[in-house]
Design a protein around this ligand. Structure first.
Ligand code: MD3
Ligand code: FE
Length: 203
């Protein structure tokens, strides 16, 4: 029941809307133990997007590179458990998109302020590219850039709104993607913020 973004990626408009409050309660539970923070990139920049993680594995970046870790480097403790609401939503969306049996072990939670952006990149720190990635967008809208398998390939632009869920898999899994700088279009529930979380199988 969604709209194709690529050969094996689909936008499920509003798929998360019935569960927004449970998902935001999950975000609050995660950030109470592992708060949002701005990480450094290997190139020496500070990311404009603030992030945290939940699940057995969490994505981190510092001067040494990008990787998944079992501990939050800020607390030295394991990342918070992945909320049941995240796992249930991800499994339902993956089923809908033709990826049954999705068993995620990682979730990267991004928080955007007006002006925050994510430059074109590939997600290639996960072990198994055959598992899909499920992304949930909440709060302010963003323009998602979807490129090809090479950095220089033309990128299409797709708006992502509060409650949209996207499933990326198969041939689309390693495509370059990014997010344009956010405009300040305050959202009734989240104000001048956008939260995106991506549920993954990293290990
Ligand atoms: C396409 N996040 O966290 S979600 C990321 O809106 C990331 O915060 C963006 O890119 C955001 O890595 C986009 C959509 C997304 C996530 C992973 C992908 C699209 C993807 C992996 C492969 C292809
Ligand atoms: Fe990404």
């Amino acid at each position: 029941g969604g709209v194709a973004l690529g050969p094996q990626s689909v936008v499920l408009r509003g798929f998360a809307l019935p569960r927004v409050e449970a998902l935001l309660a999950g975000v609050d539970a995660v950030t109470a133990r592992s708060p949002f923070r701005h990480m450094e990139t290997p190139g020496g920049y500070i990311m404009s997007v603030a992030l945290t993680n939940c699940g057995a594995l969490g994505w981190t970046s510092d001067a040494r590179g990008y990787r998944y870790t079992r501990q939050d480097p800020l607390s030295g403790q394991p990342w918070p458990d992945m909320p049941d609401a995240f796992v249930e939503l991800a499994r339902a969306a993956a089923d809908e998109a033709g990826f049954p049996g999705f068993a995620p072990d990682a979730c990267l939670v991004n928080r955007y302020a007006p002006g925050s952006r994510l430059s074109l990149h590939q997600d290639r720190n996960e072990r198994d590219y055959s598992a899909p990635i499920v992304s949930v967008s909440l709060g302010m809208p963003a323009v998602f850039l979807f490129g090809g398998d090479a950095r220089g390939d033309r990128a299409s632009r797709t708006p992502l709104f509060h409650g949209d869920v996207v499933v990326w898999g198969g041939a689309d899994r390693l495509r370059y993607h990014g997010v344009l700088p956010l405009k300040d279009l305050p959202h009734p529930r989240l104000g001048s913020a956008r939260i995106n979380f991506t549920i993954r199988k990293a290990g």
